[in-house]
Write a protein that binds this ligand. Structure first.
Ligand code: HEM
Length: 494
């Protein structure tokens, strides 16, 4: 009840400010830039957000050029401060935004990606336990029952990430609840305050800061002693644990105390992973049965995962080309940001676009992600969800991945799979994880998690649609899955 009130008040205020936002306008773009939609291909165009902030969106052929601009010409600090409302909602005032962002990037690269394989055992263990708990709570063996996808996915992803990050099974359920609420309120507040006109931001941010501070304190009250006790262990058994690496990195990079090493900012990607896993399960369940998506994924999972220890190898999941294609297609259809990668021109001389237009300092420039993902030029029948769109030769797959060579030689892989189509490989027309040097550093970890979910679910459960395909919700730049959507699940008879 309390949570509904805390979320309801900001939503009500959002309606009120809708009447007010037109009071403010910042005209920063040259007059010759057209204000048109994506339909006018190949040219930059201007859009406004509800705060009347102008943003120039670039066509796909400028994406590479855009990503190559140096931070001294274009960077995202101002955008994070305003659109992501960091200036208004940041409660840990002891750390600079730039160093916090840099730190999360370092954590993702040094601690997550370089040690991914070491994290896969605990990750699988926790995911399996949580999927079975979430699905079996609702279903008795061999009988169909209905589950809420978003809520079940939250109950899977949060504990799994906590297990990996804090190195402890059986996390205190109070911590999981508090963290989940903190991240939800933070996400909604970011969207709400970020879209407000500048003059209202500071005022209304005070309101959302109250619940935010409450959930943050609740989280840190349990989290910090847990982290301190993990770090003070002197048995030497866990020197390479994620939490120790974060602590070392924190000390080396002088980004504040130990609390900052593990503060919930480290959970930057948990909401994105929950959103994407929800989209993925909804897409699979709502696919026409004749496409046999679940059955194909099951077949691939059974072939690639005959032994328990293969669950702990990155190479195993790289072989799952069907699962990879399904993940990429879900990200194409439902990118978490419908427009994004937004940067501010910071060079005092402005920024000259490839077409000669000069963008003045202070302008915002971004990419129309959904527009590009739904462009027929790049994706034939772009409105159609085609789960195996990126697989070249499906019939060749089972024999290839069934070989004893678990590393799968490059030519064999190339026969069925174009490496350029990998879900973790951003291109100028596939932007689900961003693009360039600021592309998501958590994407390898996220994709392994998503593949573990599709593998465990397809091997152990049947899933099916409960009705018409639910619509994605758009709030500001963010696209969220319908959080009330359900599917039916049934434990497989083995
Ligand atoms: C399926 C899940 C995920 C999706 C779809 C996703 C998507 C994205 C996207 C689109 C961006 C670029 C935003 C922009 O440039 O405007 C991004 C950035 C980022 N993501 Fe993810 N992400 C996911 C999971 C994760 C995970 C698991 C982590 C870390 C544990 C993570 C950490 C980050 C960080 C630190 C950045 C900022 C990078 C920078 O600014 O240099 N993400 N993510």
């Amino acid at each position: 009840m309390g949570l509904y009130v805390l979320i309801g008040i900001p939503l009500l205020l959002m309606v009120v400010y809708g009447f007010l936002y037109t009071l403010e306008s910042k005209a920063t773009f040259p007059k010759n830039v057209p204000i048109v939609g994506y339909a006018q291909h190949g040219r930059p165009f201007v859009v406004y957000d509800p705060s009347a902030q102008q943003e120039l969106l670039l066509p796909a052929q400028y994406v590479k050029w855009f990503a190559e601009q140096s931070d001294s010409k274009l960077n995202s600090l101002g955008v994070r401060q305003e659109r992501h409302a960091v200036r208004y909602l940041h409660l840990g005032a002891d750390v600079e935004l730039a160093s916090t962002t840099q730190f999360i990037r370092l954590i993702s690269n040094d601690c997550l990606n370089q040690h991914l394989e070491a994290l896969m055992g605990p990750l699988q263990d926790e995911m399996r336990r949580c999927i079975d708990a979430a699905f079996m709570n609702a279903s008795s063996q061999n009988e169909w029952s209905t589950i809420n996808v978003y809520s079940c996915i939250q109950d899977i992803v949060f504990p799994a990430m906590c297990r990996v990050f804090f190195g402890q099974s059986d996390m205190d359920p109070r911590l999981l609840k508090a963290l989940q609420r903190y991240i939800t309120v933070l996400g909604l507040s970011t969207i709400f305050v970020g879209e407000l006109p500048h003059m209202l931001k500071g005022l209304l941010a005070r309101l959302v800061r109250m619940p935010l501070a409450y959930y943050r304190n609740q989280t840190l009250r349990i989290l910090i002693p847990l982290v301190e006790s993990q770090l003070s262990r002197r048995d030497g058994s866990d020197e390479s644990s994620f939490i120790r690496q974060c602590a070392r990195l924190s000390e080396k990079n002088a980004v504040g105390g130990r609390g900052n090493a593990v503060a919930p900012q480290g959970f930057a990607g948990s909401s994105s992973t929950v959103i994407q896993a929800t989209n993925l399960l909804l897409d699979i369940a709502n696919c026409p049965p004749e496409m046999q998506v679940l059955q194909e994924l099951r077949h691939e999972a059974e072939i690639t995962l005959p032994d328990e220890e293969l669950w702990h190898k990155v190479a195993t999941f790289r072989k799952q080309v069907l699962a990879d294609s399904v993940i990429r297609e879900s990200l194409r259809m439902h990118p978490i940001l419908i427009k994004g990668l937004t940067q501010e021109v910071v060079s005092p001389a402005g920024l000259q676009l490839p077409d000669g237009t000069n963008m003045p300092v202070g302008s915002w420039v971004g990419i129309p992600v959904l527009g590009i993902h739904k462009d027929e030029k790049f994706y034939p029948q772009a409105d159609l969800y085609q789960p195996f769109r990126y697989v070249k030769k499906r019939e060749a797959i089972p024999s290839r991945i069934n070989s004893d060579d678990h590393s799968q030689s490059a030519p064999a892989r190339a026969e069925v799979w174009d490496d350029e189509s990998e879900s973790t490989k951003p291109t100028t027309t596939y932007l689900g994880f961003g693009y360039g040097r600021h592309a998501c550093p958590g994407r390898w970890f996220a994709v392994v998690m998503l593949k573990m979910i599709t593998s465990h679910v397809s091997m152990n459960y049947d899933i099916e649609s409960t009705g018409p395909v639910p619509q994605t919700m758009v709030l500001g730049d963010a696209a969220l899955p319908p959080i009330w959507a359900t599917i039916r699940v049934r434990r497989r008879i083995t």
